[in-house]
Design a protein around this ligand. Structure first.
Ligand SMILES: NC(=O)c1ccc[n+]([C@@H]2O[C@H](COP(=O)([O-])OP(=O)(O)OC[C@H]3O[C@@H](n4cnc5c(N)ncnc54)[C@H](O)[C@@H]3O)[C@@H](O)[C@H]2O)c1
Length: 246
């Protein structure tokens, strides 16, 4: 018997954007399944401190086997899934000459294939509930001049294409699908992959001239996860301090 509280799956939830999004959802009264390669203990603790139920699933989102594992956990423990935030991603900065096919495939597999696999895991329950919110994390880098990211930008452009395509196919079930594009930000991954100086320099090209942090996309994700966003689907919103604009 499904509970009455909404349930969200957040991938890459052990740190960075995934963690702040999980806590934001919990503060909005939503239970969270935190999926990550690492056990998301601190995220689950923060989710529970916010008064929601948290569960950690250690899984590789690019592994097709994770689809069944997640689907089983959701139906056995929660009986529902209302929100999916496809956030897990990697962004190794590597000059194109050094990008071999293995790295190209790994980046696509974690950044794009995983979104397909996670959607497959949650869709049956979302359809049953006649309501759903799928939020895919992309990147504003596809509109910028940053060397060493061709493999990454190709995968994130795939996310921007997948989003309206999927939105067309699931609208009849009351499910919306949107993408959010952050800018270079001071998350643990950001601080490892991008020079801090570069993050600060980039901020000077934004309308809002400060570096992004892990908290900066939470509000946009919460809006897209809410009832209020029902008329918005297939869109990509750059939540990036006003760097890339229509
Ligand atoms: N921080 C930035 O500057 C920035 C800018 C634009 C877009 N993004 C996007 O935001 C998302 C999150 O980035 P972040 O900065 O928080 O990264 P991060 O490296 O700080 O955290 C990413 C999390 O994803 C997990 N993860 C990685 N591969 C996984 C896999 N195969 N299966 C399950 N979990 C996996 C990691 O263990 C980690 O906990 C990514 O999709 C990234 O591309 C980040």
């Amino acid at each position: 018997m499904p509970g009455t509280r909404k349930v969200a799956v957040v991938t890459g939830a052990a740190q960075g954007f995934g963690r702040t999004i999980s806590v934001g959802l919990a503060q909005a009264g939503i239970d969270v399944v935190a999926v990550d390669l690492a056990e998301a203990k601190e995220t689950v603790a923060e989710v529970e401190r916010a008064g929601a139920h948290g569960a950690s699933l250690v899984a590789d989102v690019s592994d097709p086997a994770s689809t069944n594992v997640l689907a089983r956990l959701l139906s056995d423990e929660f009986g529902r899934c209302d929100i999916l935030v496809n956030n897990a991603g990697i962004y190794p900065n590597v000059p194109f000459d050094e990008v071999d096919f293995e790295l190209w495939r790994r980046v696509h597999s974690i950044n794009l294939d995983s979104q397909f696999l996670m959607v497959k895991a949650v869709l049956p329950l979302m359809k049953q509930g006649h309501w759903g919110r799928i939020i895919n994390i992309t990147s504003n880098s596809i509109g910028m001049v940053i060397p060493g990211l061709a493999h990454y930008m190709a995968s994130k452009a795939g996310v921007i294409g997948f989003t309206p395509g999927l939105a067309n196919d699931v609208a009849e079930y009351g499910i919306t699908v949107n993408a959010v594009g952050p800018t270079a930000s001071k998350t643990p991954g950001g601080l490892t992959n991008i020079e801090q100086e570069h993050i600060e320099a980039l901020a000077q090209s934004q309308a809002i001239k400060r570096a992004g942090t892990a908290d900066d996309i939470v509000g946009t994700v919460l809006f897209l996860a809410s009832e209020s966003s029902a008329w918005v689907t297939g869109q990509t919103i750059m939540a990036d301090g006003g760097l890339i604009r229509l």
